[in-house]
Every structure is written in C-alpha cells, then in structure tokens.
Design a protein around this ligand. Structure first.
Ligand code: SF4
Length: 336
C-alpha cells in the first residue's frame, strides 16, 4: 500500500486535513487512541469514524512480528511478516535507532550480501516501510530510522521518499535522523534535494578502485568512487549534514595499504565520516572479516591522516543474522 493511496481513502471517507493528519500521526507514532472526553475522533464524519477500526487493523497487518532475536549489544533483529506472507528484516539498534527494509530482495547483487543473492522479488510499498517503524515503536522508542535493511532504497525511490516524508512530518523523527542509504544512483541525487524532508545520506563506498567496485557491486550504477564522493559532498554542503561513507571491511580485499591511501586521497577534507564495519561472515560466502585488532589499526591510521573514521560492529552480530540471513533461514524452501 502507498501512503498516497491511504490519504485518498481517508479523503473519500470524508476526512478533512486535520483528520487525515491525526490518523497518520497516531499510526506512524504508534500512539494509542486518546481516551479523553473531547477526542478528535468524535468530531470526524461518521463514515470515517466507523471505518477507523477496520483501517487500523489493516495497517497493523502490513507488518507483523514473526520473531525477535536480541543481540548482546542492545540491538535486536526482527523478522517481520508482510500482509502477503513474505518476510523482511528490521533491526532495533542501540540508542533508539531502527534499520528498515525497503525491498524484498535486491537487484544490486553485492557479492558479499545474502539479500543480493535472491535478486529483487518485489518492492515494498511506502506504507509497508512506515509499518516497520510503527511495529518497532510498540517494542521500544524509535528516534532514528536508517534505510539500510534489505534492498537498495534508490531502486524504490517513490515509496522510500514518501515514507521519509511521512516519518519526517507526522512521524516525529528529526530530518537528519532519517538516513537514506544508497550504493549511489543519479536518480537519488536528483530527487533527494527536492523533498521537503531532506534525510541524511549514507553512501556505500567499500573500495576506492573503480574496477573492484564493479566486481563487488556488479549491478550498481557505474559511478566511479571519485564521482560518488563528489555527489555526496554536494549533498552534504546543501543539507548541512555530513555524509556517512560505508565501508564493509573484507579481509585481503579492501583492507590493504593501497585502499587506505585511496581513502585519504578521496575523503580527506570532505564533509563526511567513514563508517568501517568489519564484515559479518556468512557461512555460504567466501568473504572473511579481518581481526578486530587489524580493523582498529586501520581506523587509527586513517585518523592520523585526517579522515574521520568510526569503527563499528554490525548490529546484532552474535545473533548470526546479517542482513538477509533471518529471512533466508525462515524460508528454506525458496533456497536453490
Ligand atoms: Fe542490495 Fe544492500 Fe545487499 Fe548490496 S548490500 S545487495 S545494495 S541489500
């Protein structure tokens, strides 16, 4: 379901702008109905009032909790069932963050990613994206939403931008606490500055070598690392939020001195931060994570050379549920 369709249905039931805003706000913020004597609902047209319980049940059915997998770091991976029975993953992050999925599967096909192995199965509607937030808010507060779960947000741009707009208005999430993550897509760079809610930007860099990037992200748009950083810098200066450059650290592939020199060349002096995340090994894939000591040393070297670098663990690593693994395990019949 699209949020726009939901708005049209509300209007067809007689909702005025304040009513529409009220229904969307209660849903996106997962707030209970008011119990006071003068509830706005009591002043709504009867057609709308009578339709609300069924509508609310329908919205609840867009994302239901199938299972929760708490990690030792305060995160929890959620397997979420959509209304057609398909499952996606959301991750409750420490410090009131939530990572949501935007597609079922993904067409980019990053060679180290479980989700990418499935290819794209279907897009998530904007309401299904917001429904993951509403579901998570019933479990704990959510003040930051990152679009880094299953899928490439730029490949489902209309739905993701619609969800961002609602979360940044009725959803009570600060605009810089909405993080649009992409491998780099010209359509995203064109559309993001046009929205009334401008999210922060995360760019998946992973390597400074164009040839290696083509191998690691085989179906990503052919952006050179230089062009990607240039586009990111432009957006960062426009919004005033630093870009988060994402780097999945793969042992023996992108952790050598040539890459460190490339990072310094590309990112020194830029308005951004490099998030280095040692790879979360997946049993069926040949990639390995470097030791934590090696990762710490890399981050130190980059710091010394003027690149702001944050070394992060992938959330819920001990859960053995890197992006796409929970879904893969829950649907063994679909595996080749
Ligand atoms: Fe898609 Fe992200 Fe996986 Fe790449 S890492 S295949 S963009 S879900």
């Amino acid at each position: 379901m699209r949020i726009q369709t939901l708005r049209e249905r509300l209007r067809a039931l007689g909702a005025r702008p304040a009513h529409e805003q009220r229904v969307l706000r209660l849903w996106a913020q997962a707030q209970p109905q008011d119990r006071g004597r003068r509830r706005l609902e009591d002043f709504m047209p009867s057609t709308l009032r009578e339709a609300l319980p069924a509508l609310s049940a329908e919205l609840d059915g867009l994302a239901r909790l199938q299972s929760e997998h708490p990690g030792e770091d305060g995160s929890a991976r959620l397997l979420v069932t959509l209304s057609d029975g398909q499952a996606v993953e959301s991750v409750l992050l420490p410090r009131d963050g939530l990572c949501v999925s935007t597609q079922l599967g993904c067409a980019v096909g990053c060679v180290f990613c479980m989700t990418g192995r499935e290819g794209l199965l279907r897009q998530l509607g904007s309401a299904e994206i917001v429904a993951q937030v509403a579901l998570a808010r019933r479990l704990r507060p959510v003040k930051k939403v990152v679009f880094m779960g299953m899928g490439e947000p730029a490949h489902n741009l209309d739905n993701v931008l619609e969800a961002i707009d609602l979360l940044g208005t009725e959803g009570n999430i600060g605009h810089k606490n909405l993080v649009f993550s992409t491998v780099g897509d010209p359509r995203a760079f064109e559309r993001l500055p046009q929205g009334r809610v401008k999210p922060a930007l995360a760019l998946s860099l992973h390597t400074t070598r164009a040839d290696l990037r083509e191998q690691l992200l085989p179906r990503a748009p052919r952006f050179s690392p230089e062009a990607l950083v240039e586009a990111g810098e432009h957006y960062a200066r426009l919004t005033g939020y630093p870009v988060q450059y994402q780097w999945t650290l793969l042992e023996g592939i992108n952790d050598g001195p040539d890459e460190l020199a490339g990072i310094v060349r590309l990112l020194k002096g830029k308005y951004g931060v490099l998030n280095m995340i040692p790879y979360n090994s997946v049993p069926d894939l040949p990639y390995r994570r470097p030791s934590w000591e090696r990762a710490v040393e890399i981050a130190r070297q980059l710091h010394r050379q003027g690149v702001l670098t944050k070394l992060r663990q992938s959330a819920g690593q001990d859960v053995d549920g890197g992006c796409g693994q929970l879904r893969a395990r829950s649907q063994p019949a679909e595996q080749p």
